[in-house]
Write a protein that binds this ligand. Structure first.
Ligand SMILES: [Zn+2]
Length: 729
C-alpha cells in the first residue's frame, strides 16, 4: 500500500463515517444502525449469482403470454419463497392478446424481392440458433393484406409527411417505409401518424446510421446491430391510455367489464411490421421518384428516394387476438413496525426474444436483491416498512402488467405507498442514469455516495462525470434539451416507456428509475442475448451487482427512515424550472425571453403565470422550513411514533395532491399535473398546461394554470401544518 492510497482510504472512511451519521431521514442512532444494515446488504449480491440468474432468464425466448414466460413467473414465485419473501402470489390479468400467426412481405415491382423477416444465426452464439426465435412482428398490428405503392417517409413523424406533401406525394392507401430513430420517436407514434395520414401499412426498419455499422463494430464483434437484426416492439397507443386496451382505467381481472376493440383508443387501426436493414435495403434501392433531402439519407451507401408511381409491395399480416392471461408475481418483506407503509419495487419479466438487457439484466438484479433482503430478514434485520417486489408481465405490450396491477390496487397504494423504484434495463453498459421526482433526487444522490462503481470511483462520482459529459453534449444541441435540472444529478424529467408510468401518472406515487447504459444496437432483437451481455454489456456482471446493491439500499433507506427523506424545497425549485422552461420555449414572457427569478413574473403577454409562480415560492418556503424542522428534530434523537406517523403520512400525501382526478385534457387516465409524456414517449412537464400553451388554447391554459396554483396551495398548506405539528411538540 503506498502513501497516497492509504491517505485515500483514510479520507474515504472519514467521509463514510460522516455520511452514516447524517443519512437523510435518520436520527443519529438509527443512522448508525442503518449503516450496519446496508453494509450487510451490500455484501450479499455476487457477480457469479447475477450471471447464474441472468442465464436462467435468457435461456429461452420469453414473450408476454408465452409458456416460457409463465414458467419463469412460477420460477420467481418459488425462488422468492425459498429466499424468505412473504405473501408471494401470482396475480392473473386476462388481456387482449396480440400474437403473430404469420407475416409476409414482398416487393412486386419494379423488381421482385421476398423479405426474409428473420434473423440469421451468428457463429459462436448458440442462442441465436434457437428455433423458438420469432420472425419479424410488431405487437398490436392489425391483421390484413394489401398490395400498394411504397413511399419512403424518413422517420415517420408529422413533419416528414408535410415534406412529402410539398413534393406532391400523398401516402393515402400506400405502404410507408420509415426508419426507427432520426430523430427518435416511439414506434406507436409513427404508427398513429401513418394511420392519420391514411396509409395502408407502415414498415419500420433499423438504419445502420442509427444503431448499426455506422456507429461502430457490430455483433458478434461489437455492441452494434448487425445486418439482420430486427427491432420488434409494440405500437400500442399507450400515450393515450396504457394497459389492456379493453379495460382503460380499471383492472383486467377475470370477469371485468370490457369495451369493444373498435372503441379502444389505444388500439392501432393499421398494419405494421419491423424490418432489418437487410430487408429494407432492396426496397429502398428500388425506390424511384425524387431524391430525398440530405437529412433523410441513411447509412446504406446509396441515394434514398421518396418513391415513384410504379414501386409496389405486397404485405400480409395475420395476428391472433384471442384473450390471454398475463401474470404478475408479487412478494414482500412485511415491515416490522410500519407494515402499512409500502416501498414498491418492480421489473418486467417479458422480453421480445431473450431480452438479455431488456429486461433480464434487471430481472437478475432483482433476484439478487430479493436474496439479500431475505437473508437480512433471516438475520433479524426486517425493514421497518414493508418492501413489495413485483415481476411485471406484458410491459413490452403497452406497459400492461404494471398498469393492471396499479389500477387494481390504486386506492390501497394511494393510502399506503411511499414510493416506486423501477429497474427495467439494469445494464447495457457502464454509464449510470438515475431518474427521480425532485423530492427524492437528493436522497438518491446521497445513496450513490455509499456505493462503489466498477470503474473504481464512487457511484456518485461516476454519475457526476456522466452527467457533466451529457450536459456538455446537450449545450451544443440547443438550450431546451437539458435532460436534468442543474440542481441535481438525477434526471427529474420523467416521460413514459416503462413500468413507473401507472404509479406516477395514475396513482400519484413518487418514482425513481435506475439503469446503467452503453452502446447498445441490438435492442428488442434476437441478438440481445447472453452472448451479447457477456461480450459487450457487462462481461463481469459487476454492473448487475452494483444495481442490486443500489436498488436495495435505496429501498432500505426509504423503508427504515425515521422521517421520510423527501425534499420539497427541491421539488419547488424544480417546478419553477418547468414553468420557466415552458415560458421560454413558448415566448410567454415577451421579447427577449429571459430567465425568471423567484417571485419575478416577467412580462406576461398571453397567460398570467404569476399566481402559479407565487404559489411555487410559497411551496418552496414551506419546504425549506419543513426541511429545517425535520433536520433539527432528527438531531434530537428518537421521535415520538405518533408524531412520526403524522409527518410521514403527510409527506406521502404530497405526490397524491399533484393529481387532477379529471386528468389532463384529452387524456383522462394521465392524472399528474407535473408529469406526462408526449405521444413520442418524450418527457412532458406540466402536460395539460404545456399542451394548451402549444396549441395556443388560452382558455384551457388559464384553467390548467389555475389547477397548478390550486395544487401548490394545497401542498403548501399541508407542509405548513406538518411544520406546525413538529414545532408544537
Ligand atoms: Zn424493458
Amino acid at each position: 500500500m503506498n502513501l497516497s492510497r492509504s491517505l485515500a482510504i483514510t479520507l474515504l472512511s472519514f467521509s463514510c463515517t460522516t455520511a452514516s451519521a447524517q443519512i437523510q431521514g435518520f436520527a443519529p442512532a438509527s443512522s448508525a444502525h442503518e449503516a450496519e444494515v446496508e453494509k450487510k446488504f451490500k455484501s450479499i449480491p455476487t457477480p457469479e449469482e447475477e450471471r447464474r440468474q441472468h442465464r436462467i432468464f435468457t435461456q429461452e425466448p420469453h414473450i408476454a403470454g408465452s409458456k416460457r414466460n409463465n414458467e419463469l413467473a412460477e420460477y420467481i414465485r418459488d425462488e422468492w419463497k425459498k429466499q424468505g419473501l412473504e405473501d408471494v402470489v401470482i396475480r392473473r390479468y386476462d388481456v387482449y392478446g396480440t400474437n403473430p400467426k404469420s407475416a409476409s412481405l414482398e416487393m412486386v415491382a419494379p423488381k421482385h424481392y421476398q423479405a426474409l423477416l428473420r434473423e440469421i444465426p451468428i457463429n459462436g452464439d448458440d442462442d441465436s440458433k434457437n428455433p423458438a426465435i420469432t420472425a419479424a412482428w410488431l405487437g398490436m398490428s392489425i391483421s390484413g393484406e394489401v398490395t400498394a405503392p411504397l413511399v419512403y417517409a424518413h422517420s415517420g413523424n408529422p413533419e416528414d409527411y408535410d415534406l412529402l406533401r410539398e413534393n406532391g406525394i400523398s401516402v393515402k392507401g400506400k405502404v410507408v417505409l420509415v426508419r426507427y430513430s432520426n430523430p427518435y420517436s416511439y414506434r406507436g407514434f409513427k404508427a398513429l401518424t401513418a394511420q392519420r395520414e391514411g396509409a395502408a401499412a407502415i414498415l419500420i426498419y433499423s438504419d445502420p446510421q442509427e444503431d448499426g455499422y455506422k456507429k461502430g463494430k457490430v455483433d458478434p464483434d461489437g455492441p452494434w446491430g448487425p445486418e439482420y437484426h430486427i427491432q420488434r416492439g409494440a405500437i400500442t397507443y399507450d400515450f393515450m391510455v396504457p394497459g389492456d386496451p379493453l379495460t382503460p382505467g380499471w383492472a383486467s381481472v377475470p370477469g371485468a367489464k370490457r369495451i369493444r376493440i373498435e372503441d379502444a383508443v389505444s388500439a392501432p387501426k393499421i398494419m405494421a411490421l419491423p424490418l432489418s436493414w437487410h430487408d429494407a435495403k432492396p426496397l429502398l434501392e428500388n425506390l424511384g421518384g425524387p431524391a430525398a433531402p440530405a437529412d433523410w439519407q441513411g447509412g446504406l451507401g446509396f441515394e434514398y428516394h421518396f418513391g415513384g408511381a410504379q414501386e409496389k409491395v405486397h404485405l400480409k399480416i395475420e395476428m391472433d387476438n384471442g384473450t390471454q392471461p398475463y401474470y404478475v408475481v408479487e412478494g414482500r418483506i412485511r415491515g416490522s413496525e410500519l407494515p402499512d407503509e409500502w416501498i414498491v419495487l418492480g421489473n418486467h419479466r417479458d422480453a421480445w426474444v431473450f431480452g438479455a438487457v431488456d429486461p433480464s439484466s434487471g430481472t437478475a438484479s432483482m433476484m439478487e436483491l430479493t436474496r439479500a433482503l431475505g437473508q437480512l430478514k433471516q438475520q433479524g434485520m426486517r425493514p421497518r416498512r414493508t418492501i413489495i417486489v413485483c415481476s411485471w408481465d406484458g410491459e413490452e405490450v403497452g406497459l400492461t402488467g404494471s398498469t393492471e396491477w396499479g389500477e387494481q390496487f390504486a386506492d390501497e397504494l394511494r393510502s399506503k405507498a411511499v414510493a416506486y423504484i423501477n429497474v427495467d434495463e439494469a445494464t447495457s453498459g457502464p454509464e449510470f442514469h438515475g431518474q427521480a421526482v425532485a423530492s427524492l433526487a437528493p436522497m438518491l444522490e446521497e445513496t450513490t455516495r455509499t456505493l462503489d462503481d466498477p470503474s473504481g470511483k464512487s457511484l456518485y462520482d461516476a454519475w457526476k462525470a456522466t452527467v457533466a459529459k451529457e450536459r456538455e453534449e446537450n449545450k451544443s444541441s440547443g438550450p431546451f434539451n437539458s435532460g436534468a435540472s442543474n440542481a441535481t444529478l438525477a434526471d427529474t424529467r420523467i416521460g413514459s416507456g416503462s413500468d413507473h408510468t401507472v404509479f406516477l401518472n395514475f396513482v400519484g406515487m413518487p418514482v425513481i428509475g435506475l439503469g446503467f447504459e452503453g452502446d447498445y444496437g441490438v435492442y428488442h432483437s434476437a441478438y440481445d442475448d447472453f452472448y451479447w451481455m457477456n461480450h459487450f454489456g457487462d462481461p463481469g456482471y459487476r454492473y448487475h451487482t452494483v444495481m442490486s446493491q443500489l436498488w436495495g439500499v435505496t429501498a432500505l433507506r426509504l423503508a427504515n427512515a425515521d422521517l421520510l427523506p423527501f425534499d420539497f424545497a427541491m421539488y419547488a425549485s424544480n417546478i419553477r424550472q418547468f414553468v420557466n422552461d415552458l415560458a421560454k420555449q413558448n415566448n410567454l414572457w415577451g421579447q427577449p425571453p429571459s430567465a425568471v427569478q423567484p417571485g419575478e413574473a416577467g412580462h406576461l403577454s398571453k397567460l398570467d403565470l404569476k399566481p402559479a409562480l407565487d404559489g411555487i415560492d410559497q411551496f418552496e418556503s414551506a419546504g425549506k422550513k419543513l426541511n429545517e424542522s425535520l433536520t433539527r428534530k432528527l438531531a434530537q434523537g428518537p421521535i415520538d411514533p405518533k408524531l412520526a406517523a403524522t409527518l410521514n403520512h403527510g409527506m406521502m400525501q404530497v405526490e397524491r395532491n399533484w393529481l387532477n382526478p379529471d386528468g389532463i385534457p384529452g387524456r383522462p387516465w394521465f392524472k399528474h399535473i407535473l408529469y406526462g409524456a408526449r405521444f413520442t414517449y418524450a418527457h412532458l412537464e406540466l402536460p395539460g398546461l404545456t399542451e394548451a400553451v402549444e396549441a395556443k388554447d388560452w382558455p384551457t391554459a388559464k384553467q390548467q394554470a389555475e389547477i397548478l396554483r390550486h395544487a401548490l396551495e394545497k401542498n403548501t398548506k399541508l407542509l405548513r401544518d406538518l411544520n406546525e405539528s413538529l414545532n408544537s411538540k
